[in-house]
Write a protein that binds this ligand. Structure first.
Ligand code: NAP
Length: 248
């Protein structure tokens, strides 16, 4: 028996990187999948084809999670298309790195609005659905820098730390309705987001990881499938580091 049969999962940023790996692993456990993406339609269509090959229902929706109105409309469209939703993974994220004294207001806003407010918008979109069904699993993809901080990433670290506060608050707010909310804090993951990092930064980061390798997106996806599945029904408000020991 597949652990997510009969469930529908919504994964923001599900077209590439970590979100794509989560979508594929959840689909291989039997979940129907709705993915949100920002603008790269080709990547989204490719991921949807891979999902359909796993014999689940799958659809991609272009939607900027930073836009409250667009997000509200897409959540309604997804509910219309899939009838019900039980799992929400807030994974969409961007970086706009730089030292604070030179950081443009637009870079601060873009990172906070996408990484943090995007999760608020999506949770709001499915809040009533989860409440009425007395069932829901919310998984927020934070980062180890939300726990440890990181020079040159004040905007991103603040957004990812904010997601942890949001996670714990939702866990308390909705726990009595059988809705869990947990965060995953990935370390250094091999995706497009980290592909452009200078070799020196990669080497320094790798040397600080006890397991001496970068994570693959599938390492993070395994944790998300666990938190969405039956073996995590009594886990809520947790921040699960998946970082090779980087941030202990
Ligand atoms: P990625 O490869 O850059 O993929 C980002 C995904 O998010 C894409 O599907 C993108 O869609 C989507 N997206 C971006 N902005 C969006 C928006 N405003 N609305 C809707 N979708 C949007 O990123 P990743 O490395 O897989 O990271 C995924 C998550 O893990 C992020 O939250 C990131 O902060 C977090 N994380 C990553 C690492 C790492 O080392 N990679 C470490 C810790 C945490 P398009 O393709 O259409 O642009």
């Amino acid at each position: 028996m597949k652990t997510l049969s009969g469930k529908t999962a919504v994964i923001t940023g599900g077209s590439r990187g970590i979100g794509r790996a989560i979508a594929l692993k959840m689909a291989s456990e039997g979940a129907n999948i709705a993915i949100l993406y920002a603008g790269n339609k080709e990547a989204a269509q490719k991921t949807v084809s891979e999902l359909l090959n796993l014999n689940v229902k799958a659809q991609a929706y272009q939607c900027d999670v930073a836009d409250a109105d667009a997000t509200s409309a897409i959540c309604k469209e997804i509910l219309n298309d899939f009838s019900s939703v039980q799992i929400l993974v807030n994974n969409a994220g961007i970086t706009r790195d730089g030292f604070l004294r030179r950081m443009k207001e637009e870079d601060l806003d873009a990172v906070l609005n996408t990484n943090l407010k995007g999760a608020f918008h999506m949770i709001e979109g499915f809040y009533g659905t989860f409440l009425r069904a007395r069932e829901g699993r919310i998984i927020n993809i934070s980062s180890v820098v939300g726990l440890s901080g990181n020079g040159g990433q004040t905007n991103y670290s603040a957004a990812k730390a904010g997601l942890i506060g949001l996670t714990k608050s939702i866990a308390k707010e909705l726990g009595s309705r059988n809705i869990t909310c947990n965060a995953i804090a990935p370390g250094f993951v091999e995706t497009d987001m980290t592909a452009s990092l200078p070799e020196k930064v990669r080497e320094e980061t790798l040397s600080s990881i006890p397991l001496k390798r970068m994570a693959q997106p599938e390492d993070i996806a395994d944790a998300a499938v666990f938190l969405a599945g039956p073996h995590a029904s009594y886990i809520t408000g947790v921040v699960l580091r998946v970082d090779g020991g980087m941030c202990m």
